[in-house]
Design a protein around this ligand. Structure first.
Ligand SMILES: *[C@@H]1O[C@H](CO)[C@@H](O)[C@H](O)[C@H]1NC(C)=O
Ligand SMILES: *[C@@H]1O[C@H](CO)[C@@H](O)[C@H](O)[C@H]1NC(C)=O
Length: 371
């Protein structure tokens, strides 16, 4: 029954696709795949989702993928990648994980149709600190599921409301933690209060890194997209010979961790905020991830056996990437030609940040040992 209806839905899409024979063949194969995946007709369960994802995405490149994802009502959808990932990946984890505490493994049907929940934990910052790496590392854990993209809900999209936000989250089982990461939250004034309004129990993770290297990394990234950018020095200083730093430049402002943190501590106790060292994430990823798992109340499942150190690259990589075939490493952009910043400018910036860093160490009770 479901398969017949599905086939009916398929036909209109075929008109839109170029290279029709190939597309029709792949659509037909996917139709067979979905029918095999959802033999009980669950695929046709009603959606009731107010934002049909079929109309959101565009771009001819993704048309085939889009039309396939539209086949499944968005509320009951599980991408083929996710489905196979759950089969190939989560299940053994569950078996492994539940062996300890004796609760039975949930049946596959639960995995298909969990609920979307607002996040329990959010990686709120900072840009160029290593937030993507922390998210990729923590989502190896079978009890964590995360939104794939940065939602920017609490800064840019707050007007869309919590239901919209929830809609971006992956389906989870009762026992699983929902997470997202948007690095700009940490430096956005309104965000702490807004997250507090959603839930005052939200756990917050901040990946921090030496503000000088962070600023240079930030600038390097912007430069790669905007080649005619003024020089780093021109942007960082209002008057370099006088050593006057331009604190309004975002690349500088983001590194004033103590100032931003004050804003968060008006709403959240320090114990509810976990700081990951961006530097130690590189030298000891398993150690940093152990602390993250402890903070989230998770069993330590992500350990050093998930990482290997690539000596050529000088960075740790994940042994078993979640969704791609190639290894996932920190320092992806290390191949980028780094901008040469003169020694004097770096020294001036170190002097500038030092008091803020010291204040930050005192606030969080940890010395990150930035120069
Ligand atoms: C920086 O300050 C010095 C000393 O006051 C002044 O001579 C110079 O013109 C200033 N440079 C700029 C770019 O404003
Ligand atoms: C290590 O990194 C280098 C340089 O990026 C890369 O060419 C190589 O394939 C990597 N080796 C492994 C085992 O990941």
């Amino acid at each position: 029954m479901a398969c017949v209806l599905l086939f009916g839905r398929l036909l209109p899409f075929s008109h839109r696709l170029r290279g029709t024979s190939i597309c029709l063949l792949s659509l037909f194969l996917s139709y067979l795949f979905y029918c095999a995946l959802f033999p009980d007709g669950a695929i046709m369960q009603t959606s009731g989702d107010p934002t049909p994802s079929c109309q959101r995405a565009d771009g001819a490149k993704r048309r085939l993928q889009k039309s396939l994802s539209c086949l499944l009502p968005s509320d009951a959808r599980l991408s083929a990648v996710e489905a196979s990932r759950l089969k190939a990946d989560q299940r053994p984890h569950f078996a492994h994980h539940t062996a300890g505490n004796g609760t039975p493994s949930p049946p596959m049907s639960n995995l298909k149709f969990g609920n979307k929940k607002l996040p329990n934990a959010i990686i709120v910052g900072v840009k160029k600190g290593g937030t993507r790496a922390v998210l990729e590392f923590i989502r190896i854990h079978p009890d964590v599921r995360a939104a794939g993209t940065e939602t920017h809900f609490f800064d840019r999209n707050y007007d869309r409301g919590l239901d919209w936000y929830r809609g971006l989250m992956p389906r989870t089982l009762e026992s699983q933690i929902t997470m997202e990461k948007t690095p700009s939250y940490f430096v956005t004034k309104e965000t702490p209060h807004r997250i507090y309004t959603m839930s005052q129990d939200t756990k917050l993770i901040v990946v921090v890194r030496d503000p000088v290297t962070r600023a240079i990394s930030d600038y390097t990234q912007t430069l790669s997209k905007t080649p005619d950018l003024p020089s780093f020095q021109d942007l960082a200083f209002r008057n370099q010979s006088l050593g006057i730093v331009d604190m309004s430049w975002n690349a500088i402002r983001i590194g004033l961790y103590a100032l931003h943190l004050e804003n968060w501590l008006r709403y959240f106790p320090l114990a509810q905020i976990h700081f990951v060292s961006g530097e130690r994430l590189i030298t000891d990823p398993a150690g940093e991830m152990a602390r993250v798992q402890d903070f989230l109340g998770l069993k330590r499942i992500v350990t050093d056996k998930h990482f290997y150190f690539n000596r050529t690259k000088g960075f740790p990589c994940l042994k078993k990437p979640e969704s791609s075939g190639s290894p996932r490493c920190l320092g992806k952009s290390k191949g980028r030609t780094h901008v040469q910043i003169d020694r004097d400018a770096i020294e001036q910036l170190r002097d500038f940040y030092r008091p803020y860093n010291v204040k930050f160490y005192e606030m969080v009770g940890h010395d990150f040992k930035w120069e």
